[in-house]
Design a protein around this ligand. Structure first.
Ligand code: AOS
Ligand code: ZN
Ligand code: ZN
Length: 387
């Protein structure tokens, strides 16, 4: 196809995908973290790099921060972000790198340790006031490794109590999003393993608490788009952490492992009114272990844009007619027609018409920015996943 309809263009123009600050730092596996020349040495350089992604795509106007990895003067960072035409976004808490949290944080049996974890979230809310952020994202690395190790029920009760205290601290325009993950780092039970647990925990808090769905946090074979549909139906899908996985929580470039799954998810987003809906934040949660980070993020937001365009192409009237008639093969054909449509030439032409590069990857590569940061950013400690 050569041209996108005005309706589709209007939707795509409004699309915004938040970038994670940690995607610009070095990361790896437990075997090795490979350094990349030009890696940011502080949060300011991470913001400058994130701004490059927005500059070439107009898709990524905000950057999520991680506390404490991105601790700095937040008034300065906010100003720095504005100077680079981006804004600061979601604040991610961290209760997974402190010795005290070995056996839990918001679920810990020891009240003093649990209070320390709650206080960390209060500090995150203070940061949100300084950065102008709306969302506090909570992912908990809590659980147990052996049957019988813990009282799972008591941990749920303590979690609810902790979340209630954090929720009570939120400002009127702030939200809490609770991310679930089926395993890792705990291997037997995880305290928030699935969307149902996250939903149950946030539903009893109130309207400002929502579920965060990380696409990499499900067992193989899970119908993720069904979960998307259900959470939208319940009005509780607060945000996405987009990435892709072959095996577990791989944090690879979104759409790299299974573009069809990304299409199916985005179709349900469109179907459920979640596209360009301020209540449903699109974020990336990725790490770039071996590839350059800025083009890795450019590739990612383009993949989301491309699959959104394809999802918008589904002929919903024809689909509904076939579904109503129980015409199984026609319904499937209508769906697949959209998925198989190559929208890349149309997207390139549309970008050019808006004064953007038709090929953002090539434009970034030709800009010389990557070579400049590699030459300039010598000395200091490169930021990494955890620093
Ligand atoms: C961990 O597996 C989760 O996906 C988190 O969302 C995130 O990767 C981590 O908290 C880094 O901020
Ligand atoms: Zn995540
Ligand atoms: Zn994850």
């Amino acid at each position: 196809m050569t041209e996108l309809s005005p309706d589709i263009r209007a939707e795509l123009e409004r699309q915004a995908i938040e970038l994670p600050s940690w995607a610009f730092g070095n990361s790896g596996t437990r075997f090795r973290v490979f350094g990349t020349p030009g890696t940011p040495r502080d949060p300011f350089e991470k913001i400058a790099d994130a701004a490059q992604v927005h500059r070439y795509t107009a898709l990524a106007p905000t950057v999520a921060l991680h506390i404490p990895w991105d601790m700095c003067d937040f008034d300065d960072l906010r100003k720095h972000a504005e100077d680079h035409d981006v804004a600061l976004g979601t604040i991610n808490s961290n209760t997974f790198q402190d010795e005290d949290y070995k056996f839990g944080a918001l679920t810990h049996e020891d009240d003093a340790i649990r209070q320390k974890a709650i206080d960390h979230h209060f500090a995150c809310i203070d940061v949100m006031h300084a950065t102008g952020s709306r969302d506090l994202k909570i992912w908990l690395a809590e659980g147990s490794n052996y049957p019988g190790q813990n009282d799972m029920r008591a941990r749920q009760d303590r979690l609810q109590d902790s979340l209630q205290q954090i929720y009570a601290r939120l400002g009127d325009d702030q939200r809490l999003v609770l991310e679930y993950k089926f395993f890792e780092p705990a291997f037997y039970h995880t305290d928030v393993p699935d969307w149902g647990t996250s939903y149950a925990q946030v539903a009893s808090l109130g309207d400002k608490a929502m579920v965060c769905l990380d696409t990499g946090h499900h067992a193989p074979g899970t119908n993720i788009e069904f979960i998307v549909m259900q959470l939208l139906r319940l009005g509780k899908l607060g945000s996405f952490d987009f990435n892709s996985r072959f095996y577990a929580d791989d944090d690879l470039i979104v759409g790299a492992a299974d573009p069809f799954q990304l299409f199916r998810i985005l179709f349900e987003v469109v179907r459920g009114g979640g596209l360009n809906n301020p209540d449903v934040a699109f974020m990336l949660d990725q790490c770039h272990n071996i590839e350059d980070k800025i083009p890795g993020q450019i590739r990612s937001v383009l993949n989301v844009q491309e699959m959104t365009a394809r999802a918008l192409l589904v002929d919903r009237d024809a689909l509904a007619a076939a579904q109503t008639a129980n015409d199984v093969l026609t319904a499937n054909a209508v769906f697949m027609d959209a998925f198989y449509t190559d929208v890349r030439p149309a997207l390139a032409a549309w970008r050019e018409s808006r004064g953007l590069p038709s090929d953002p990857m090539a434009a970034y590569a030709a800009s010389g920015y990557q070579q400049r940061i590699a030459a300039d950013r010598v000395g200091g400690v490169q930021a990494g996943w955890g620093a």
